[in-house]
Design a protein around this ligand. Structure first.
Ligand code: ADP
Ligand code: MG
Length: 287
């Protein structure tokens, strides 16, 4: 494409809310084979809400007080849920986030753990009785977290996040364009698959630790494919940088936007197939 047609192309993109950092990214977008999409905040709205809680009142208090120290969307949902119930939260000590697993804190002298199976297993806490309920929540597309107090399992909190309305149509268009669409998430396999099937994605890479997302993108590139990564979170930034085209969600974190080559305003996923069409028409306009 000529410099002029590229300038026209990036201008057109900007008008529709597709912000390319440079013309070379617009040029490369038409060569893509695979679109890898983060789940939370990219495919889903990223505004989760508590739907189920199986513990007692004291556990809810400890849970929400512990999560107050976390900036994770899951934590915000839990804190909001407790606040709506007029619970006065305590200050937590020794708060620690364990990426991809959960959190740990001391509340009112009690050691509180909240997170996935792996987190409890690593602390040697027995929670086999929770398994069937966990599986049920997960098959509903919810993220279910286990709560332990002083080494004893005390309940499950389940959180649901709804998919963006236009996500299924965006996925449909991408597939029609001949692209392979993959979901990449730190969440567990069952929850991820439930969300994926709601949007029409049939390939899921789940339970990926924040530090491993970039490696997953590299693995696909090693198959000889050109990969776009779409994400919003701090934990997506390395994968956005490694991808052939990094696409940040405009409503996401600053870190993700900085690491990406393109930002789609408002997080509108339909702008991704649109960017690909724009790249194709720009390349064709060499005349
Ligand atoms: P995603 O890729 O969906 O953003 P993360 O890698 O942030 O997922 O988290 C993976 C998993 O770790 C979550 O599904 C949850 O089980 C657990 N987790 C993360 N943060 C928290 C938290 N603040 N409280 C409880 N569990 C958490
Ligand atoms: Mg995300």
């Amino acid at each position: 494409a000529t410099p002029t047609s590229i300038m026209v192309g990036t201008g057109k993109g900007a008008e529709s809310g597709i912000l390319f950092k440079g013309g070379e990214h617009l040029e490369r977008t038409h060569q893509l084979d695979v679109i890898v999409m983060d789940k939370t905040g990219t495919i889903t709205r990223g505004k989760p809400e508590v739907t189920d809680f199986t513990g007692d009142e004291e556990t809810l208090h400890l849970l929400a007080s512990a999560e107050k120290g976390s900036e994770h969307p899951l934590a915000e949902a839990i804190v909001a849920h407790a606040t709506e119930r007029d619970l006065k939260l305590a200050d937590a000590d020794a708060f620690q986030a364990i990426p991809g697993h959960g959190i740990e804190a001391v509340v009112s002298g009690k050691r509180v753990l909240v997170g996935n199976r792996k987190l409890l297993a690593e602390h040697g806490i027995e929670a086999a009785s929770a398994e069937s309920e966990l599986a049920r929540y997960e098959s509903e597309g919810k993220t279910a977290m286990l709560i332990a107090v002083d080494g004893v399992f005390q309940g499950i909190v389940a959180v649901a996040d709804t998919i963006k309305e236009t996500a299924p149509e965006a996925v449909r268009q991408l597939k029609e364009q001949g692209l392979q669409v993959v979901m990449l998430t730190g969440d567990n396999e069952r929850t991820a698959s439930a969300i994926a099937s709601q949007v029409g994605i049939d390939q899921v890479i789940a339970q990926v630790l924040p530090g491993e997302k970039a490696d997953k993108v590299k693995e696909i590139q090693l198959e000889g494919k050109k990969v776009a990564m779409v994400g919003d979170g701090v934990n997506d930034a390395p994968a956005l940088a490694v991808a052939d085209i990094g696409i940040a969600i405009g409503t996401g974190t600053e870190v993700a936007i900085e690491a990406a080559d393109v930002t789609i305003l408002g997080g509108e996923l339909l702008l991704i197939p649109k960017a690909i069409r724009l790249s194709h028409s720009t390349i064709k306009n060499i005349r």
